[in-house]
Design a protein around this ligand. Structure first.
Ligand code: IVH
Length: 653
């Protein structure tokens, strides 16, 4: 029996770790069958970590909680080149010429594996990082995870359990045949598999594993992450062959670009690239925040896609009265957040894409933007999906909708939904920024009659005693709320303009208007011609503004707000001297995302600084966007501080 166990373990090592198979599948199966037979015949000789545990069969009653001696941290995220540069810059503050290890970010779930004297004794999920769950019985079925190490040492390693694209597709094929619900993506499938009480199920799922972290490297006399990976490979673990050690940012960006292009050719899903500082002593110096190591980060691919089920299409009414279809989704993780809802825009969008209730749909999220339903995966249809029907009545007030272009509108001025949406918009961050009002509070206050129109916010203090009695509120929270409302009276005109919810007037247009007209009365009295003469104000916006200020009810709202002492002017634009900029010289390089170069230059000047086109030792800081040029390298060589766009904007405040 021991002989066969050794042969099977060696074959596994050669197949998974070295990627050099020495036994044929038939030979492997024959050894396995023989071992199973022998174990049945001599159960007292069966070893705990015999390779036959791979076939599963252990059933547990419940998942036991386990504590991670060293917390299992997750990684901070970066989304673009300038974030990566900022990360590099922070590392450079502590480490000269850092060497990084770049790894694929495997889209699965992390696992901690504990070995005692060379034997696998525990596999655990991450859980909340401190407490996870014991999944040893399922971990033992994963062929890449050695049950016995090459050396009889005690060690904890960490890595990712995942399901290959191929196994995922095969699994869904099978589920389809059996009329079982299809799984949304490999990550969910892998997570669901290790959450099974009976290890036969995990065994049948063909899970895989890569190991990428050795928490106590120092104890094994290892001083670099790359060495740690090699050491773990020598012990029998499967490490990822695409890992690369790089010198400096250029090579790092090359690695990222290569995998952004080629990731779809991999047999498993990855959702980014992990960048780790190689030197473990330096890792220690950089340390951790409460959540993340400061010596590593994860670059997330820009447009990310996940599949999930569209459970229902629900209609909502916005403050303009437009009725929008929304996809209610089986919750799914995408770019670090859980998505359960996504807009479907309008009838044409849904019909053009032929999205049906019950479809498996792909959701994509580019950078930080709102996720959208990209397409229905028609190959996954079962025939039970329901074609989309646009509603003809308002979901809130039941009045008939009116169609204009691609959109349907509820024209009932008394429709509650529009009013509630309008009030929610009024307090939102880019509008009046009144903190403490969640959507639910506004809805409750509306339904209880405290808040029906915008001016009601500013008379709420009259109801203070009553409000304090409401469930979930106390004197402190009501005081905070009322203070926040009071403070908003001092907001600049642009915030108020945006908050009023004039159609097509977004926060940028509101700023342009405020800047041009300086006070609200000038806007009320303006003409269509004057509006359209302003750069960036088109006919549609102009028409909407004119219509808004013709409406008696809107004018009376503004009148009431004036009487309640709300500021209606643009607040002073005078140059504020800012110590970060005063008498300093800046160089811009690379493309900026949120502002143009001209705007950046203006901002620097307004804050008391000046710009120059070349880097010298007199440069105070170089502001870098994406694809920075040689100015960036020069700044590094001259030790000039580097600011990312984000840091620049923060300093400008
Ligand atoms: S390193 C302290 N390396 O990504 C080191 N994580 O978003 C922590 N992941 O929880 C992890 N591939 O589940 C690391 N090559 C890789 C990874 C990786 C996937 C996962 C892991 C982690 C999550 C963080």
């Amino acid at each position: 029996m021991q002989e066969i166990i050794d042969i099977i373990n060696k074959a596994n090592y050669e197949y998974y770790t070295l990627d050099k198979p020495t036994l044929t599948d038939q030979e492997y199966d024959r050894y396995m069958q023989e071992l199973i037979k022998l174990e049945e015949k001599y159960p007292e000789l069966k070893q705990d970590n015999s390779p036959t545990v791979r076939v599963g069969g252990t059933v547990i009653d419940e998942f036991v909680k386990v504590k991670h001696e060293i917390p299992m941290l997750s990684l901070s995220n970066v989304f673009n080149e300038s974030d990566i540069i900022a990360f590099d810059e922070k590392v450079r503050k502590e480490v000269k010429n850092p060497v990084y290890v770049c790894e694929l970010k495997i889209d699965g779930l992390s696992v901690s594996l504990l070995y005692k004297e060379g034997k696998l004794i525990r596999g655990a999920t991450r859980g909340d990082g401190v407490t996870g769950e014991d999944i040893t019985h399922n971990v033992k079925t994963i062929k890449e995870i050695p049950l016995t190490l090459k050396e009889p040492i005690s060690i904890e390693v960490r890595g990712e359990i995942y399901m290959s694209k191929h196994s995922f597709e095969a699994l869904n094929e099978l589920r389809k045949e059996r009329n079982e619900e299809l799984l949304a993506n490999p990550r969910n499938a892998a997570a669901g598999s290790v959450r099974q009480l009976n290890s036969k199920i995990a065994a049948s799922r063909n899970l895989s594993n890569f190991i990428y972290h050795l928490p106590n490297a120092m104890e094994y006399n290892i001083s670099s992450h790359y060495e740690a990976l090699n050491y773990m490979k020598k012990l029998g673990f499967t490490t990822n062959a695409n890992t690369k050690r790089v010198n400096g940012i250029t090579e790092l960006l090359e690695y990222i670009n290569y995998w952004t292009e080629n990731r779809h050719n991999l047999p498993y899903e990855i959702d980014g690239i992990v960048i780790k500082l190689d030197d473990i002593n330096k890792q220690k110096e950089l340390g951790f925040t409460s959540k993340y190591p400061k010596w590593a980060t994860a670059y997330k691919f820009p447009a990310m896609e996940v599949l999930t089920k569209l459970k229902e299409i629900k209609f909502t009414v916005g403050r303009t009265g437009q009725v929008t279809p929304n996809a209610i989704l089986e919750p799914v993780r995408l770019a670090g957040s859980v998505i359960s809802k996504a807009t479907l825009h309008n009838e044409d969008y849904v019909k053009m894409k032929d999205i049906r209730v019950g479809d498996i749909v792909s959701i994509i999220k580019a950078g930080d933007v709102i996720p959208r339903v990209e397409k229905a995966i028609t190959e996954r249809r079962t025939g039970e999906e329901l074609p989309f029907e646009m509603t003809s009545i308002c979901p809130i007030c039941n009045s008939n909708l009116i169609k204009k272009d691609a959109a349907y509108y509820c024209k009932n001025p008394l429709c509650d939904a529009k009013k509630i949406e309008g009030l929610i918009h009024f307090v939102s961050r880019d509008a009046m920024n009144i903190e403490g009002f969640g959507e639910n509070i506004i809805e409750d206050f509306y339904n209880m009659g405290y808040l029906r129109t915008i001016p009601d916010f500013y008379t709420l203090y009259n109801k203070k005693e009553e409000l304090m009695e409401l469930e979930g509120f106390g004197e402190k929270s009501i005081n905070n709320l009322l203070d926040s409302i009071k403070n908003s009276k001092q907001n600049s005109l642009d915030k108020l303009l945006f908050a009023l919810g004039i159609r097509y007037v977004g926060s940028k247009t509101a700023k342009i208007l405020a800047h041009h007209y300086k006070n609200i009365d000038s806007i009320i009295n303006t003409t269509y011609e004057e509006l359209t003469s302003i750069k960036d104000i088109g006919e549609k916006i102009a028409e909407s503004i004119i219509n808004y200020f013709k409406d008696e009810e809107n004018l009376s709202t503004i009148q009431k707000l004036k009487e309640l002492n709300l500021n209606m002017d643009i607040l002073s634009e005078e140059i504020k001297m800012n110590v970060e900029f005063e008498n300093k010289t800046f160089v811009l390089t690379g493309s900026l995302e949120n502002i143009t170069r001209d705007e950046a230059t203006q901002l620097i000047e307004k804050n008391g600084g000046k710009t120059s086109s070349s880097v010298s030792k007199n440069t105070s800081a170089v502001i870098v966007g994406t694809n920075p040029g040689s100015k960036y390298d020069k700044a590094i060589s001259l030790n000039i501080p580097i600011w990312t766009e984000q840091e620049f904007l923060e300093k400008i405040n």
